[in-house]
Design a protein around this ligand. Structure first.
Ligand SMILES: [Zn+2]
Length: 403
């Protein structure tokens, strides 16, 4: 064992002085003692206070070269302030007495966790995975800025199921920037209410459009908290519903068809659902033969093709007229799945036409989905929703600084 005075500048903790540094090939111990010339001030009211006791404590610190395990041993001061009548413990600045680590080591771990799976930290530093996760969360909670709720104009709300246990959570995203604003357990009313309760009346007033899943349960909460905002149903979800209806027609026609007619329907599922302009020539020929043999599927296909026109409208009023015609046409076909879809469209007309006005798409949500699966993998779990929220928000921020 040997002392290393040249390493002293690395351990500059104001108010404490280096007494000794001992380094072996596997561990380094840095001993600090309190500078006795200095007065002690109460951390709460900054009055001069008395020290009752000095207690030896230890904190992990950054590696020194190849020596991975570095411990700082120091005198923590326990005192009493007669001014504000409170007890306190003083640690050297730069040491987190609660975490038993230097803040610079915690920052280092936080920076590593940004880019590497948390369970790999122990390959490089003598700390466990749970400790790495705890420190990462503590530093992120302190450093990440809160979401900007003042300039919200469009928000997207969705429910997500994560992991094998199908745990549900409610996600709120800024529809323009993609910033994640809120993450809460469950997909119930309360999961979304807690978001609106964070907003001031002025911030709520700014919100012009709210994109939600057609099947979700959030509509009533939005009506209650943001009655002026327009609810927008996602375009791709509506198109998906229409495709499901078309496919139901195909299946029912298949069941009714005789052996000869089945030949025409066979293998046409994707040709029917794909956009006409994306079909190859032989696929178009197949469809043409099918339509000659089956009037119902021909009608269904024409309806599907026509529905795409809806999204090209610029004025909601004209789009609404188009919908009237389309709904009538769908009803005239007598095809049940399409009639059911048309009735749903009629019922949700306002939310569908709101898309024409606001053009809200779930593209930002798709990006979020990709991010979250990557983060869940890197964080090796998602049991802690607060941590998950911080990890997602971190993606859009630069790494925390190294102290
Ligand atoms: Zn005090």
């Amino acid at each position: 064992m040997s002392s290393h005075p040249s390493l002293r500048p690395l351990y500059d903790f104001s108010g404490w002085v280096v007494q000794q540094i001992q380094v072996t090939p596997t561990i380094a111990v840095v001993k600090l003692h309190r500078d006795k010339r200095l007065n002690v001030y109460c951390p709460h009211c900054i009055r001069k206070a008395s020290v009752n006791k000095k207690v030896m404590q230890s904190a992990y610190d950054l590696p020194i070269g190849p020596v991975n395990l570095v411990q700082v041993l120091y005198e923590a001061l326990q005192g009493y302030c007669s001014g504000c009548k409170s007890y306190f413990t003083l640690h050297p600045p730069g040491i987190d007495g609660y975490a038993h680590a230097t803040k610079r080591l915690m920052h280092y771990v936080c920076r590593l966790c940004r880019f590497m799976p948390v369970n790999k930290i122990q390959v490089f530093l003598p700390i466990s995975t749970s400790t790495a996760r705890r420190w990462d969360k503590r530093i992120l909670a302190k450093y990440l800025p809160d979401p900007d709720l003042d300039k919200l104009r469009v928000i997207l709300i969705d429910e997500k199921s994560i992991g094998a246990g199908h745990q549900y959570m409610t996600v709120v995203i800024n529809g323009e920037t993609g910033e994640v604003l809120h993450l809460a357990e469950g997909k119930k009313k309360t999961s979304l209410e807690s978001f609106f309760q964070k907003l001031t009346p002025k911030q709520i007033k700014n919100i012009k459009a709210i994109g939600i899943d057609r099947a979700g349960a959030y509509k009533s909460v939005i009506r209650q908290y943001a009655p002026k905002a327009q609810i927008v149903f996602d375009k791709f979800h509506i198109v998906g519903n229409l495709n499901t209806a078309i496919d139901e027609v195909r299946r029912s026609e298949w069941r009714k068809a005789n052996k000869e007619d089945k030949q025409f329907i066979k293998g046409q599922r994707f040709n029917l659902l794909r956009n006409g302009d994306k079909l190859k020539e032989h696929q178009c020929d197949d469809l043409a033969r099918l339509f000659e043999a089956n009037e119902a599927l021909f009608q269904a296909y024409l309806l599907k093709d026509a529905f795409a026109t809806l999204w090209t409208y610029v004025r909601p009023k004209w789009a609404s007229k188009f919908l009237d015609n389309w709904i009538e046409w769908a009803k005239e076909t007598g095809l049940r799945p399409l009639i059911k879809f048309a009735k749903g469209v009629d019922r949700d007309r306002n939310e569908i036409l709101a898309w024409i006005k606001h053009r809200v798409t779930s593209a930002k949500l798709e990006a979020f989905n990709a991010t979250i699966s990557r983060i869940v993998k890197r964080a090796c779990g998602y049991r802690d929703l607060d941590y998950l929220y911080l990890k997602i928000r971190q993606e859009a921020s630069p790494p925390v600084p190294q102290l």
